[in-house]
Write a protein that binds this ligand. Structure first.
Ligand code: ATP
Ligand code: FE
Length: 356
């Protein structure tokens, strides 16, 4: 089967073509991503109206480019998969409309995909790991531990009770005057910093559950920054690097400690299959990866982390999640609706749309 995937739920307009291989795997024939970072940079965050307009402008182009790069036309395709939520509603509607247009014009089957399922299934796209596996989904808007049992079968073990780590990285960058997105810039600064100079809190580590909290880090950072500014009149490069390193070390410690907790819960249920996978934009962080890798080595657990460009938003993961849904019999009609909120441990958009 050959799949066209479309993604427009946040600030990337993306299209990709995916094909199943004879060996039973999948091959990404093309993956086009138009970022919108410059459009939003003056505002210090994603502006929904600007994002929606940019998606509407770029969707046709990204689909055309993805198909050209994959050297396919509509007659080569077997289905269209599109992100139907969760996300900024204007962008999601643009993508869903685009996919419906293609489905209506070509007669191709349409499958709506949960953006988070796209992230959560990425390890199966890249590494063909079997169900079940433990998933740490850690992105700009989300942070949760899931047991993945099937393309629409997820159990949530816990997650952040306030900010997502990506958000915390972005806010940290903003507070220190570093460029957005904050993840890569904070990681870059942290390389030259001393993680021990500033002591950031590690909230909720005394609790036995898998819940986390990251909003206190931002408050702590603000206090430390203001104190340095009050004492010295401004931040030096080294101050900035040390703050980034301290902040990042706290995020790593919390994620690793709670992953250990999730692993214990998961292993009690499925002792014979121990795989932990990470996905989402923050999974691109090399310090987080290193911490989790070490934990998995200690626990004799397989660690799977997709390549960086499949960790951040892309349409290949949407095509793949759509393919899995399609193969399990799922089809969506022209009544497929865009959903701003859509927790992963709830069922498909069609079921919810029909009130079941
Ligand atoms: P969601 O998927 O929850 O809707 P999103 O689509 O905004 O959110 P992604 O594209 O998955 O999120 O990830 C973007 C986030 O990842 C940003 O917050 C960014 O700062 C963060 N990020 C990217 N690279 C890194 C890195 N190296 N270290 C830490 N964070 C990073
Ligand atoms: Fe995302």
């Amino acid at each position: 089967l050959t799949v066209l995937g479309i993604e427009s739920s946040c600030d990337d307009t993306a299209a990709a073509v995916l094909r199943e291989t004879v060996e039973g795997g999948t091959e990404i024939l093309s993956s086009i991503v138009f970022g919108q970072t410059e459009l939003h940079s003056a505002f210090g965050g994603v502006v929904p109206e600007i994002a929606a307009r940019a998606h509407a402008e770029k969707l046709d182009l990204s689909v055309a480019q993805a198909m050209r790069a994959a050297n396919v036309d509509f007659t080569d395709l077997d289905m269209v998969a599109v992100t139907a939520g969760p996300g900024l509603i204007g962008g999601v509607i643009s993508g869903v409309m685009c996919a419906k247009g293609i489905a209506a014009a070509t007669g191709l089957p349409l499958v709506g995909v949960n953006h988070l399922a796209g992230h959560a299934l990425t390890p199966r796209l890249t590494d063909q790991i079997p169900y079940p596996y433990l998933m740490l989904l850690v992105s700009g808007g989300h942070c949760q531990f899931l047991i993945a049992r099937g393309p629409e079968d997820f159990t949530r073990l816990g997650g952040t009770i306030d900010d997502a780590p990506g958000e915390a990285f972005d806010k940290t960058a903003r507070l220190l005057g570093l460029p957005q997105p904050g993840g890569p810039s904070v990681q870059g600064e942290a390389l030259n910093g001393d993680p021990k100079r500033f002591r950031f809190p590690r909230p909720l580590l005394d609790r036995k559950d898998c819940n986390m909290s990251f909003s206190g880090l931002k408050t702590a950072l603000m206090r430390m920054r203001d104190q340095i500014v009050a004492e010295k009149g401004g931040l030096s490069r080294q101050d900035r690097a040390d703050l980034c390193a301290g902040f990042q070390a706290a995020v790593v410690d919390v994620l690793v400690a709670k992953t250990k907790r999730a692993l214990e819960i998961y292993k009690a249920e499925a002792p014979e299959v121990a795989t932990i996978a990470v996905a989402g934009g923050v999974a691109a962080n090399t310090a987080i990866r290193a911490g989790l890798e070490q934990l998995c080595a200690e626990f004799d657990t397989q660690f799977v982390a997709p390549p960086l460009k499949l960790c951040t938003d892309n349409a290949a993961m949407i095509a793949y999640a759509g393919l899995e849904r399609f193969k399990s019999g799922a089809r969506d009609g022209m009544d497929l609706s865009a959903r701003p909120r859509w927790p992963l441990d709830q069922s498909s958009p069609a079921l919810i749309g029909s009130g079941k």
